[in-house]
Design a protein around this ligand. Structure first.
Ligand code: AVI
Length: 320
């Protein structure tokens, strides 16, 4: 534990970094080549993701932030004051700032796998909100979900903005919600933003922005392989591809090989056919009834649900 400023404490649980090398060599050897989306987020990837959030086509953050602005007082009434607000994957801690003045929690617990990023963002948050008690926890929340010691008593509420749940497959999403229900316990809550199913064209435009930022974000995975694993991917020979798989209810991102080619990674050779793809991300979309059913299977009751006028995005408050 090392206090940075008086209202911020930092707890490093030293998350084991899953081997990028193992995931890439294993994923490229697969019949359907695939690499898990968590490997997008190296330093450059995190910067590119922040830039995606600025793109007009990627409506998710714009619509979600407006929901927080419009409904913060109502959300605060439902949650009640003096709660312990826990945010797994807190990143830049941007969205929570729209709720803090209304919510006045007893403590805020941001959790992130990236220690440096977490230190910076929680220190900055502590300066903006000097009254807020911040207990930052560096951990991999997909593996362990625990609170630092000395977090005060109070209703525990987990906050998951940004439709992060969408990047889990269904069994993983179910598991994750179940673990959250265990963590918050009886009377605890979950405030979660989840993207909705909608018109295919709107979804596909959101993941194919005109400025090409999402394409750079996807292709950066190959840059990362080249830099960290001695790969020789030729970026000009691969293209970003994002499409809505209506049957599965998910956006899929892939990297398409534009020619038949061989690529070396960590001393191993991988062959690509022309048009063959590496599957890099799924982003599941939920109808409100689908999300509510998923949450209730994990032990939650949906108390309130908000959406924007165009029905693009869903915000849910659920309790155990
Ligand atoms: C982080 N996650 C919720 C984003 C999504 O929409 O699935 C990641 C993303 N991928 C491309 N654009 C944004």
């Amino acid at each position: 534990t090392c206090p940075n400023t008086t209202n911020v404490s930092f707890h490093d649980y030293q998350p084991e970094l899953e081997s990028f090398r193992h995931a890439v060599l294993h994923g490229l050897a697969h019949e359907h080549k695939q690499i898990p989306p968590k490997f997008f987020y190296d330093e450059r990837g995190s910067q590119l993701f922040e830039a995606i959030l600025e793109q007009p086509e990627y409506y998710v953050p714009h619509v979600e932030k407006q929901l927080y602005r419009d409904y913060a007082p109502e959300i605060a009434t439902l949650i009640g004051a003096e709660s312990v607000l826990i945010e797994p994957g807190s990143g830049s801690c941007e969205k929570v700032q729209l709720l803090l003045d209304a919510l006045r929690p007893a403590a805020y617990v941001p959790m992130d796998i990236s220690g440096d990023f977490l230190r910076q963002s929680s220190a900055a948050l502590g300066e903006t909100f000097p009254w807020l008690h911040i207990h930052a926890a560096c951990l991999d929340f997909t593996r362990e979900l625990k609170l630092p010691q000395h977090v005060p008593q109070g209703r525990r509420v987990v906050f998951i903005p940004g439709s992060s749940l969408g990047n889990f497959d269904l069994p993983e999403a179910q598991h994750f919600l179940f673990h959250i229900a265990q963590l918050v316990g009886k009377g605890g809550g979950l405030l979660i933003g989840v993207d909705r199913k909608k018109d295919k064209a709107v979804l596909e435009t959101a993941y194919n922005d005109a400025a090409g930022v999402t394409a750079d974000f996807n292709l950066n995975l190959l840059v990362r392989i080249n830099n960290e694993l001695g790969g020789n991917f030729d970026l000009a020979q691969f293209a970003h591809y994002a499409c809505y798989n209506e049957a599965m209810g998910r956006i899929e991102m892939h990297l398409t090989s534009l020619t038949a080619q061989r690529v070396q990674v960590a001393g191993k050779t991988f062959s690509f056919r022309e048009g063959e793809r590496i599957h890099t991300e799924n982003s599941y979309k939920y109808h409100p009834a689908e999300f509510i059913a998923l949450a209730s299977a994990a032990g939650f009751t949906c108390e309130q649900h908000w959406t924007d006028p165009a029905n693009l995005f869903g915000l849910y408050y659920c309790t155990v």
